[in-house]
Write a protein that binds this ligand. Sequence first.
Ligand code: SF4
Ligand code: SF4
Length: 434
Amino acid sequence: MFCNQCEQSFRGTGCVDRIGVCGKDEDVQSLQEMILYGLKGMAAYANHARRLGKTDPEVSAFIEDALFATMTNVNFDLASLFDMAMELGRMNLRVMEMLDTGHVEAFGKPQPTEVYEGTHAGPGILITGHDLVDLWDLLRQVEGTDIKVYTHGEMLPAHMYPKLAQHSNMGGHYGTAWQDQRRQFEGFSGPIVATTNCILIPPPSYANRLFTVRWVAVPGGQRLKGNDLSPVIAMAKQCPPLPEKFVKHSTVGFHRGVLLDNARTIVDAVKAGKISRFYVIGGCDGAEPGRNYFSDYAQSTAGDSFILTLGCGKYRIREHDYGTHLGFPRLMDMGQCNDAYGAIAVAAALAKAFDCSVNELPLTLVISWFEQKAVAVLLTLLSLGIKGITLGPNPPAFVTPGVFQILQEKFDLKLTPTQGRSHSGSIRLPVAQN
Ligand code: SF4
Ligand code: SF4
């Protein structure tokens, strides 16, 4: 364990043994960290939802309670902290639901949409991160100019919302996941707006073209504190124009609403034995080689199954052609990582239709994690009692073997094969489990 949050901290540097000076043991510390990290992820979603006018006092009260439980000399009890972590998962479901509703109310009902990937000749602005309100602000502020706005990374699902996709200044999508941004931002001649995580510290080659908003800030970049994006637009007019460069067309927009509209067809097909399994493969992407596990896993799924994906983990699997089945693409992009809410809603609807539990559905979840939003989403899935999730590519460093054992016993949580450290959990080979 490592804890340095109070004055008693061992030798003034930190309690690092199995038990701290106050008596807190490593498993209690592990659960408190899990709660703190889950809260951070939930706060990010709640922040996006608040900007769409969606708040819930119960969520705010819970955040205070949960933070309080992690203070020095408040809680040394594993069971109650575990309950708190599960409550966090339930609260995060509420937050993701608010965000989903906020997006749909603000930008229209999502629909499958073909996206132009590449650039058009002329001036352009690239926008990355998760905040669709920033994208909307930018589109409105460039109206009347010939500047095109391109989405990057987790902004790709913006194209499923009619109001955003059909805006005359929307140019298309450029690039892939966050870890590729240095190379991709260097190759984009216009200004770049980073709205949330996951932003990397920029090299000098494009730092002067990188704008961040509100509390997002990096050395060398220019932070805009409000919603006035005129410095970005002024720079777009000065920068060398983008080339006409078509990369491909792709399809996004299999939001929960689209899938639920087709629920009857899907249920009938499962009952008739025409769909062998649903896979949710997604979450975060990252640079580690172990993430090829997710690509290999997706490609090993049967031709009569469907893969639902979300988050930037989609970039790990979307280059492969999975074909179609029953008139639907086998790979369906549900949206951003917060659209895990949609995957849960679809699973719940299927369970209801089959009069069974989610765990009895032909459903497999293979989740890639990177940062704290994924911790919140994982706690949501566990709080709903969903078992057998495979998590990777590395186990969270803040989860001790003792806490992992609890998660394994209660939820049959599994780890992907890892290159480096791993907990003593059961390991699955990169072959789709049917
Ligand atoms: S809270 Fe406990 S474990 Fe943490 S620094 Fe203080 S004495 Fe050490
Ligand atoms: S899905 Fe996770 S890793 Fe990817 S951009 Fe979003 S927060 Fe970052």
